[in-house]
Ligand binder design. Structure first.
Ligand SMILES: *[C@@H]1O[C@H](CO)[C@@H](O)[C@H](O)[C@H]1NC(C)=O
Ligand SMILES: *[C@@H]1O[C@H](CO)[C@@H](O)[C@H](O)[C@H]1NC(C)=O
Length: 377
């Protein structure tokens, strides 16, 4: 016998030996692998059965979960991008926790969208249409004036300056998503975006919803930056009017120092990038935010200008919450092209199996507002 043959024989003996021991000591194993059982299922010409990995129960048995959902706004034409984003968040986080997903669309979702998304999701999944009056430009808006505003922005080369549907989306994300009937059953949400290119670069090894709840957090972010002033020329003045008429809503230990360099007189344009948000919908549903949103909405600024949900949410969070209720998730690696938050700290980066390039971390880029955030910590 040459050496190879001897090794092959040795391996075969070990396998037979192990099989006998397991069959003897583990009834289930014996039953599952008895020749008659295998023969009954597998044609003789088939390759030997692959030993499957043992089944591992999910990390959570669902009793320790938060009252939360993953939330995505998408259209039927967005299937490919939506799938990539959903799949990454499932792989990096949700397959361990199986939080439900809610997908919202201003039109009914197509069967193709539903089938393909369902195929990559681990938990319950809900597809819903947005009520018309939550989405479209309200009749109270003077369309002539709105059109003039759009044309001016197109001339000035403002991104999405001429697009009505973008404005619908910003207004919906500012003041309506949390009122959707299907979201009433939830308190927490993780907003998941996909355009133009979104990546979750690191494993999320704990439950950020439970973290938020246990640590008395309300709003969170991974990227913060400056807004284009041309999209919100009258927003800050409107906010100041609102707070001077309603001073009771302004929290004393707030985060004003992050968004104003002169004690609130002017806005420095810093905001949390709201395409990533883990937050408490009860904050948006509460009295302060509801009154604030209605006040902003009544001015028509979502259509006459192009107010984004990011500054609208951020200003509310910075004024109506204590600053310690806003959380920066350093350990969640998040890319929304062209910007990436790649966790700081080599240990975090390694532990969470991050795939992002630390050299591309946006935190202290010249366009980032992390310095303004740091100065109030
Ligand atoms: C689920 O997990 C909780 C907390 O770890 C534990 O107390 C409970 O017994 C578990 N329930 C089941 C059905 O395994
Ligand atoms: C989840 O939160 C919503 C909103 O606060 C609430 O109406 C609902 O009762 C909660 N569900 C559970 C199971 O606590």
């Amino acid at each position: 016998m040459n050496t190879t043959t001897r090794y092959v024989l040795l391996v075969i003996f070990i396998i037979i030996g192990l099989h006998s021991i397991l069959s003897f000591t583990h009834e289930d194993y014996g039953r599952a692998t008895s020749i008659s059982n295998i023969a009954g299922k597998i044609p003789w010409s088939a390759p030997p059965p692959v030993v499957e990995k043992p089944w591992v129960p999910p990390v959570s048995n669902h009793t320790g979960r938060a009252n939360a959902t993953l939330l995505m706004l998408a259209r039927n034409s967005d299937t490919e991008g939506a799938l990539r984003s959903v799949r990454e968040l499932e792989d990096r986080f949700n397959h361990k926790y199986q939080y439900p997903w809610v997908f919202l669309n201003e039109e009914p979702f197509s069967d193709d969208f539903k089938t393909r998304i369902s195929n990559v999701v681990s938990g319950q999944i809900i597809f819903e249409q947005i009520p018309r009056d939550h989405w479209y430009q309200p009749d109270s808006i003077d369309e002539e004036k709105a059109k003039a505003g759009r044309e001016k922005m197109v001339q000035d080369n403002i991104i999405y300056g001429g697009v009505v549907s973008y404005r619908n989306m910003c207004r919906f994300n500012s003041g309506f998503f949390y009122r959707h009937p299907v979201l009433q059953q939830f308190r927490w949400y993780w907003r998941v975006d996909f355009r133009p290119d979104v990546h979750f670069h690191c494993d999320v090894n704990y439950d950020p919803f439970v973290y938020m709840e246990e640590n008395d957090k309300t709003y969170s972010f991974t990227i913060t930056m400056y807004e284009y002033h041309a999209t919100i020329p009258t927003l800050w003045d409107t906010v100041k009017k609102f707070t001077s008429e309603n001073p009771q809503y302004v929290e004393s230990n707030n985060a004003m120092g992050y968004m104003s360099d002169d004690g609130g007189n002017s806005y420095n344009l810093c905001h949390f990038w709201s395409n990533f948000e883990i937050a408490d919908m009860n904050f948006w549903r509460g009295e302060a935010y509801s009154k604030y949103f209605d006040y902003l909405d009544a001015t028509g600024g979502f259509y006459y200008e192009r107010w984004g949900d990011a500054p609208v949410h951020s200003i509310a969070a910075a004024l109506f919450l204590r600053k310690d209720q806003i959380h920066f998730f350093n350990d969640i690696g998040y890319e929304h092209n062209p910007y990436t938050h790649c966790p700081r700290g080599d240990d975090v980066w390694a532990q969470n199996k991050c795939a992002c390039d630390k050299g591309r971390n946006f935190d202290y880029d010249g366009y980032s507002c992390m310095r303004q955030w740091d100065r109030i910590q």
